[in-house]
Design a protein around this ligand. Structure first.
Ligand SMILES: [Zn+2]
Length: 203
């Protein structure tokens, strides 16, 4: 663990809920899968203008990679670095291809009525900080396991993460970050149950 600074902000995000927090340029933060097998959908927004946001497709081009590894950055839709991945204390499976779960996803999976979902969690979490967005960027799906097969199909598997697996990021601009402890409970992408996740921001 390279972070030497004190924790200045700590939050445990309940299972199936979202949370948003601010980080200044240069500040580090750690996202932890507390109980294991819990995906965290992750978004980042420029504090000065939330229309500029972490973009997984721009990030794939930036790194010429399907994933981000420690030392690499994620960039915005204006191709500016927004976070660097400092440490990845997990199996390193963080999908950058699939959309967040949303009401229609649950409807098409056969669920009747309202179901908590990552897309609404992101908007709820941002609203708590006074940010209203007319769009929903694609998330970075941390702690997921969506391997693609030799014939390019995508499989939705349960994560390999263990309790306490975590990622440390450094903000590369003054930013607002949002997370969702994914509420998916119809497919197996959250293993057997939905569990809480933790945010720690360092000084
Ligand atoms: Zn989800």
């Amino acid at each position: 663990m390279t972070v030497q600074s004190k924790i200045t902000h700590h939050h445990v995000c309940p299972a199936t809920y979202g949370y948003a927090f601010e980080a200044r340029k240069g500040q580090m933060f750690r996202l932890t899968d507390l109980e294991g097998q819990q995906p965290i959908d992750f978004w980042g927004f420029c504090k000065a203008d939330a229309n500029e946001h972490l973009s997984v497709c721009h990030t794939r081009v930036w790194n010429l990679s399907m994933v981000v590894r420690p030392g690499q950055v994620a960039v915005t839709n204006k191709r500016r670095p927004i976070v660097t991945m400092i440490e990845d204390n997990s199996p390193g499976q963080h999908d950058m291809l699939l959309a967040a779960c949303d009401p229609t996803r649950f409807e098409t999976l056969g669920h009747k009525g309202h179901h908590r979902n990552c897309q609404d969690n992101m908007h709820e979490a941002l609203a708590a900080l006074g940010v209203k967005l007319p769009f929903s960027p694609q998330p970075w799906n941390l702690f997921t396991h969506f391997p693609w097969t030799s014939d390019m199909r995508i499989e939705l598997q349960s994560p390999d993460t263990k309790p306490g697996d975590n990622i440390v990021f450094r903000a590369e601009m003054d930013a607002i970050f949002a997370i969702s402890a994914c509420p998916q409970d119809i497919t197996r992408i959250c293993g057997d149950k939905n569990t809480p996740v933790q945010v720690e921001v360092f000084g």
